[in-house]
Design a protein around this ligand. Structure first.
Ligand SMILES: *[C@@H]1O[C@H](CO)[C@@H](O)[C@H](O)[C@H]1NC(C)=O
Length: 358
């Protein structure tokens, strides 16, 4: 293993290590009901997720999907931490009844939402059997999108199911990631679900699996939208139009005179200058980017890429567009996974575990 690989390994393990810990249990609303001898999940084969995440960097979700033979749309979930970017039928049957919390992490393209239909459920509620459909991803008790930035309150983002019944409802995620968490304390318990991807005309929060370019927009709304990766990354602002063009366009209303139609370039420290619309670039140790360590805050009008990318050495790298609703904002960013050269160079933000910071 090269030092770079080792770094990535440690960084990734930072989030995947004790996945779905005690705090996930609270999320499940099961605290107190958990049997005494229940052992919290620690990933038995953490290298599995690591390997999966690595392989994602070889292509986009769509490419990964296209590589699969068309007929294999039936997925048997056997790994406790399971990831997929494919539409189709999924099935899980408990072969051991140890009551560990597991998850099927589904992701798709940035401009798609995920529809989940529970087609079969036979998970006895006794002893804490549970299937939870989550609008977003959860790791170590932290959520993406952050509860702060999600359009729906936390309690409506999780639907708990158990028993033996037909679930008529179709769950639709608000972004390109969704999660089915489950705990199966009885051998033979099983469930199946169907996944379909649908167009999201106004993507706000997005989780990237690979290096990519993306344009975040607010569609004239008062909203906070994030683009995050689950790897340390460099962030280059390729184009920026934030805090300048009033909602309704330049020609509407008296605000026109106030609009600076000149290219301002990338303006830094916008928040400190009292501006309400800005882009935060930074990183966080966990999945929740609400406690972002901010490397830079930018706004203005720029059609040329910034000279210096921000180097974010954190488990989660985030670009967050904060919009007051007064302006039509957009920011185009390029995120690339850190390489060895980046790690040996200057890093804007570091939130690595203590032992490898030196
Ligand atoms: C967006 O974020 C800002 C700063 O973090 C906060 O003050 C504001 O209330 C948020 N707006 C919405 C709609 O969540």
């Amino acid at each position: 293993m090269s030092p770079t690989q080792l770094l990535f390994a440690v960084v990734l393990l930072g989030i995947t290590g004790p996945a779905m810990s005690a705090r996930s249990m609270e999320v499940f609303g099961m605290e107190g009901k958990v049997p005494k001898n229940h052992h919290m999940v620690t990933l038995e084969k953490p290298s599995k997720l690591l390997t999966d995440l690595r392989s994602f960097s070889t292509g986009t979700a769509r490419e990964l999907m296209s590589k699969r033979p068309k007929r294999s749309s039936e997925h048997h979930i056997t790994d406790c931490i399971f990831m997929s970017s494919e539409e189709g039928d999924y099935f899980h049957k408990a072969t051991v009844a140890d009551g560990t919390v597991c998850g099927a992490y589904i992701f798709t393209e940035p401009d798609q939402n995920i529809e989940i239909y529970i087609s079969y459920l036979n998970v006895p509620c006794e002893n804490g059997g549970l299937v939870v459909v989550v609008d977003g991803w959860e790791l170590n008790g932290e959520f993406f999108p952050s509860p702060e930035d999600h359009p729906r309150p936390m309690r409506t983002r999780m639907t708990e199911l158990c028993g033996q019944k037909k679930i008529k409802k179709v769950f639709v995620s608000s972004q390109n990631v969704a999660l089915i968490q489950y705990r199966m304390p009885a051998r033979g318990s099983s469930f199946s679900f169907y996944v379909r991807f649908i167009k999201n005309p106004n993507p706000c929060n997005i989780l990237f699996q690979t290096d990519d370019v993306y344009t975040l927009r607010n569609y004239g709304r008062k909203s906070n939208c994030s683009l995050s990766t689950l790897f340390p990354a460099t962030v280059t602002v390729a184009a920026l139009d934030v805090g300048l063009v009033p909602v309704g366009g330049l020609s509407s209303g008296p605000r026109r005179a106030a609009v600076i139609e000149l290219e301002t370039g990338i303006v830094h420290k916008c928040q400190m200058k009292g501006l309400e619309d800005y882009v935060q670039i930074g990183g966080s140790a966990g999945l929740d980017n609400n406690n972002l360590m901010v490397a830079d805050t930018v706004c203005g009008l720029a059609s040329k890429p910034g000279k210096h990318p921000n180097v974010i050495a954190c488990d989660t790298t985030t670009v967050r567009l904060v919009s007051s609703g007064e302006y039509d904002n957009s920011v185009t960013v390029y995120l690339r996974q850190l390489d060895e050269q980046d790690i040996n160079g200057f890093m804007d933000v570091v939130c690595l575990p203590d032992e490898i910071q030196k």
